[in-house]
Design a binder for this molecule. Structure first.
Ligand code: HBI
Ligand code: FE
Length: 295
């Protein structure tokens, strides 16, 4: 497996470089008519590649959400049509942004059930790797699960919790929960482990790695454990956390994080590949992939 890995957006990057936003909430017009044939063709390449990989890998809710949305191979989806379908099902909308937006702006949108999606599409030489969330990651990766009521409520709660966590100075802890669920989560299905995280579902290489490679750990999800686990933004994850069903996200949306923050503040943060005594090991990884890259 050569070359750079995940094409997940790098949420750790500082947002807000470059030109000042025209609107205070950082939204822009999608300007769908301005996409070029070459840009639609990039979408098609990515769409077809992922669509071949995801049967037997993506969870049922992802497949069902995708099927119920106006998302197809031939063109970059129109956010207004996505919003119409989402609004009817779970009350969400998709709004266009230039790329990463400041944390507080991101949270404010999510708290109001607006999903900020990158308006741009990656360049042809970035098919496997890019730093900012583009329209393929955001729409193909995230939007199908916004059709699921548990994910719909969880992401809204994350937006509300994000604003609170910023005030408390514990955003790093909350961001790890988002990372290991919404971006890189696995779920147990009757027929085996499946992908629900958008960072995986939008990545050809990581959608194979997370399920097929012996290297990464797969551990049972535990919110306090995840809160004190570092993650990788530059490569595949060393550990994936497995929830028992998407409805586990509903429980997570409802719990009070304040006691968890208090408890986690003093605790040691674990390395991405570490396995601890209290962990529920679904499958212990060999660690071979990252060991080889460390040299
Ligand atoms: N902006 N557009 C966009 N998408 C994200 O996923 C995003 C963001 N800004 C901040 C951010 N994520 C994260 O740093 C927070 O979830 C903590
Ligand atoms: Fe994302």
């Amino acid at each position: 497996m050569a070359g750079p890995a995940a094409d997940s957006p790098k949420h750790g990057l500082a947002a807000g470089d470059g030109a000042a936003p025209a609107r205070a909430d950082w939204t822009i017009d999608q300007d769908w008519a301005a996409y070029t044939p070459a840009q639609h063709a990039t979408w098609k390449t990515l769409f077809e590649r992922q669509t071949k990989l995801l049967p037997g890998r993506a969870c049922d809710a992802f497949v069902q959400g995708m099927a119920a949305l106006p998302i197809g191979a031939d063109e970059i989806p129109d956010f207004r049509r996505l919003s119409d379908a989402l609004m009817r099902r779970t009350g969400w909308q998709v709004v266009a942004v230039p790329g990463l937006v400041p944390d507080a702006v991101f949270f404010e949108h999510l708290a109001n059930r607006r999903f900020p999606a990158g308006q741009f599409i990656r360049a042809p030489h970035q098919l496997d790797y890019l730093e900012e969330p583009d329209v393929f990651h955001d729409v193909f990766g995230h939007v199908p699960l916004l059709m699921h009521p548990a994910m719909a409520d969880f992401i809204q709660a994350y937006g509300e919790g994000g604003l609170r966590a910023q005030r408390l100075g514990v955003l790093d802890m909350l961001a790890r929960v988002y990372w290991y669920t919404v971006e890189f989560g696995l779920v147990r299905q009757a027929d085996g482990l499946r992908i629900y995280g958008a960072g995986i579902a939008s990545s050809a290489t990581e959608s194979r790695f997370c399920l097929d490679d012996p290297s990464p750990n797969r551990l049972g999800f535990d919110v306090a454990r995840v809160m004190r686990t570092h993650y990788r933004i530059d490569d595949f994850q060393e550990t994936y956390f497995v929830i028992d069903s998407l409805d586990a996200l509903l429980d997570l949306a409802r719990i009070d994080f304040a006691p968890l923050y208090a408890q986690t503040r003093g605790a040691e943060v674990m390395a991405p590949g570490e396995v601890g005594v209290g962990d529920r090991v679904v499958k212990r990884g060999t660690g071979a992939y990252h060991a080889a890259r460390r040299g």
